[in-house]
Design a protein around this ligand. Sequence first.
Ligand SMILES: Nc1ncnc2c1ncn2[C@@H]1O[C@H](COP(=O)(O)OP(=O)(O)OP(=O)(O)O)[C@@H](O)[C@H]1O
Ligand SMILES: [Mg+2]
Length: 366
Amino acid sequence: MPEVKLVNVTKKYGNIVANDNINLTINDGEYVSVIGPSGCGKTTLIKNISGIIKPDEGEIYIDGNLVNELSIEDRRIGYVFQNIALFPHMTVWGNITYGPEVRGWSLEETRPLALEMLELIKLSARSDAYPSELSGGTQQKTAVARALTSRAELLLLDEPFGALDVKVRTELRYELRKLVKDLGLTALHITHDQEEAMSISDRVIVMNSGRIVEVGDPIDLYTKPKNIFTANFVGEANFLTGIIIKISDDGSLIEIGDGLQLLTKNGNYNVSDRVVVAFRPEFAYTRDVTTSNTLSGIITDVMYSGSIGRVRVKLSNGDPIVAKMALGFKNSPFHVNDNVTIKILPENILVYPYPEKGLDIELALE
Ligand SMILES: Nc1ncnc2c1ncn2[C@@H]1O[C@H](COP(=O)(O)OP(=O)(O)OP(=O)(O)O)[C@@H](O)[C@H]1O
Ligand SMILES: [Mg+2]
């Protein structure tokens, strides 16, 4: 139920600015994920919120109250780490009732909540088991339950499923979101798994080099990223450089070399502006005829992955792109060295100002 607000929060370790002037509001009851390259400051962000560390500058508010000077215990936070940190010598029941016990809450007070948590995570039958007798997924569910029996209202999750295999984590992520929503908690969840972030979050925070680059709902972040970093970091994208050659009611026409031109509905540019064009492989698909907004090239790779087929294409201007195979047309599969035409709808072509540092540097992830 708490709202979390960070105002100009900065945390430095020597020369490293781990959190650089962070401004952020997480709404009451919201499920928010944090993604970004390793070392960009994700863990520092939630350590700041939890009180494990103190920011050098800035204010942190939980539920409207300034908590900078408040201890971890008084912030009503549940913290779940990647490395499963259950007490090995205690049973599931011992683990989930430990927090309340050290807080001096009586067993009568604790028992109903602990039982409810066991029921919610479907572990009532395993309450006498020791962590070593449980699977990794079940141990991590126990860690979540343990966080919640201390009456946490804000759940901070630092790659909670990082150590688990794909199938287990896919199941657990929906269970976790449901738990958070059913109990009306607020959750901030760090993950390296973009699909996890996109599929369970109300909003996703993208971080880089200690800063928040962009915050948005998953669909907007994916389809209309506001900057090159997000377009590159979230999902896959093709990037090409070009010059705006015409502006009309239809949009902006961009020349990308060798007479190849693309019309875009996005952005607000002037003729002669140098730009970066980006589009997702799945929005660029093979056609057997040249129609409007197409690029021509030669297939250099054919890649099937189950139901989806992709082709790597060398455009006639020399640039490589990846596009989706439109299967079925002419019933003919695609071959390396085939000439091909790639269609992209103007609304799916994203445009950014050409970065000062150059495109290659902008696209390099540390
Ligand atoms: N206690 C510390 N002492 C010195 N430097 C630190 C400390 N904690 C973090 N850092 C540095 O601060 C930066 C941010 O670290 P942080 O752990 O927040 O990154 P992260 O985004 O969580 O990375 P990862 O995805 O690898 O977990 C990194 O450069 C890291 O080396
Ligand atoms: Mg981390």
